[in-house]
Write a protein that binds this ligand. Structure first.
Ligand code: ZN
Length: 281
């Protein structure tokens, strides 16, 4: 979920539930990013896997992809930390939010984490260096803040960045995925809004091609354009945020909570990255 204004409300609900932060929690280091193990398949001379000539034939060799699994599972345990205002592209927003869940309680954080790991593995198999914006899915961790996630691709020298989310709409019948790209904002996204739109269209087409239903309730034909998201605004590399479905919808939830469904998402997102990078040359 990428709340337009509901972050504080969601946190208040979490607080009301009496969730307490473990005293011994290890906090993430601000700005720290986590290179994927797959990165060594490209960069590490001692890494297992294909030798030089074979490695060069891998379609994504030499490419860097940032995969951002959105909200940390423990965010609801750290209201003070995740409510802290951070830069979001000409304004501030809360560091992060709790994310949503299915009606059965399956968290968005866990869905995004599992899809992101599947995506990382597939991209690494194709030779890409993959950087995740978090290294765990734990109740005793929080973050990463939207400014860190927003700049993650810049720091990594990435060719693209994909942020993985699930939405939480209670509107009757609302279901399906949508892909969010940044609007053109001078001084922030003017350098990447066109390439990000291409990435969004490619991602939309790949998800639709994989049989995932297009959103019935947000955007147009599976695409939405927003200027209020720090995760997009702070990026200097092509970027999209994917809301893979509505977690409050039973059919979308089924897809998100089953291994087969998550594999479908990861495969489609891999296809999108490959097609986008091939077209980019
Ligand atoms: Zn989200």
């Amino acid at each position: 979920m990428s709340a337009r204004s509901g972050a504080t409300l969601a946190l208040a609900v979490a607080l009301g539930a009496g969730a307490a932060a473990p005293a011994s929690a290890q906090l993430p280091v601000p700005g720290s990013l986590v290179p994927a193990s797959g990165s060594t398949a490209v960069l590490g001379s001692a890494a297992p896997g294909p030798a030089g000539p074979a490695r060069a034939r891998l379609p994504l060799a030499g490419r860097t992809v940032v995969v951002d699994p959105g909200h940390q599972l423990g965010n609801h345990n750290y209201p003070r930390e995740i409510n802290r205002p951070v830069p979001a592209g000409g304004f501030t927003k809360p560091c992060n939010t709790t994310g949503t869940s299915t009606n059965g309680g399956y968290p968005e954080a866990t869905m995004a984490w599992r899809v992101s790991r599947l995506l990382r593995a597939r991209l690494a198999d194709l030779g890409a260096r993959v950087v995740l914006t978090r290294s765990s899915n734990r109740q005793d961790r929080w973050g990463p803040c939207v400014d860190t996630r927003g700049r993650a691709g810049n720091k990594a020298g990435a060719d693209l960045k994909i942020s993985v989310h699930g939405d939480g709409s209670t509107a009757a019948g609302a279901h399906g995925f949508h892909v969010i790209a940044p609007t053109d904002r001078a001084g922030w996204t003017h350098d990447i809004y066109r390439s990000s739109k291409r990435l969004a269209v490619t991602t939309r087409d790949a998800l639709r091609g994989a049989g995932v239903p297009v959103s019935t309730y947000v955007g147009s034909a599976g695409l939405d354009f927003r200027g209020d998201l720090g995760t997009l605004n702070l990026s200097n590399v092509p970027t999209v945020m994917v809301e893979l479905g509505n977690m409050r919808n039973a059919r979308d939830a089924h897809r998100m909570t089953t291994a087969g469904g998550r594999t479908t998402y990861a495969r489609a997102l891999t296809t999108a990255a490959r097609r986008f990078l091939r077209a980019a040359g």
